[in-house]
Design a protein around this ligand. Sequence first.
Ligand SMILES: CC(C)(COP(=O)(O)OP(=O)(O)OC[C@H]1O[C@@H](n2cnc3c(N)ncnc32)[C@H](O)[C@@H]1OP(=O)(O)O)[C@@H](O)C(=O)NCCC(=O)NCCS
Length: 178
Amino acid sequence: MELATARLRLDRLRHGDAAALLAYRADPAVSRYQGWRPASLDDAAGFIQRQQAVVFDTLGSWFQFALRLRDSGELVGDLGLHFVDADTVEFGVTLSPAHQGRRLAAEAVRAALALMFDDLKRHRVYASVDPRNIACIALLERLGMRKEAHFRESWRDGDAWADDVVYAMLAREWGGRG
Ligand SMILES: CC(C)(COP(=O)(O)OP(=O)(O)OC[C@H]1O[C@@H](n2cnc3c(N)ncnc32)[C@H](O)[C@@H]1OP(=O)(O)O)[C@@H](O)C(=O)NCCC(=O)NCCS
């Protein structure tokens, strides 16, 4: 599965991406509100290895797109799609700090939303985010997603309890945006 936007190419992660993936995913500022942080090059390579076996749109699986600059091919981030069931998809997006603040994530997510709603005819797409993650919340609101839940102290963040908010979009809310 491959997608293209004005500035990005979305395709599969490759073995050669491990060092670049590690560099931004292990950055504490990037992993602060995320469930996975690679501890080593082996960890990043293992993640990519497991992704090679994932068949796109398999219910229950996460498929991780690589986000590459169209011009240079540089890996600048990744976008995960969780095929929850036949109607519902969850996503998460991550950008290398060097490429944040250019609305690249919105460009990538819009392409993924078009694929989910227009091509795969999904009914609902959602993202779950820590309410302290201001950049991510700004992104979700800019995309026109609705805040539909705020769970109090729903997950353990080290020694503390943390909240979790859910933003969603329905197919009929996407209509016209693509
Ligand atoms: C969330 C993330 C993907 C956004 O990517 P991005 O391409 O840099 O996003 P944008 O350039 O559209 O910026 C997002 C918005 O956050 C705002 N923002 C960024 N940092 C901010 C801060 N510290 N305080 C307030 N607003 C901030 C930007 O101004 C922008 O708002 P706007 O669109 O209204 O102008 C990126 O910050 C990231 O990778 N974060 C680390 C990983 C992560 O937590 N991912 C979320 C998991 S779902």
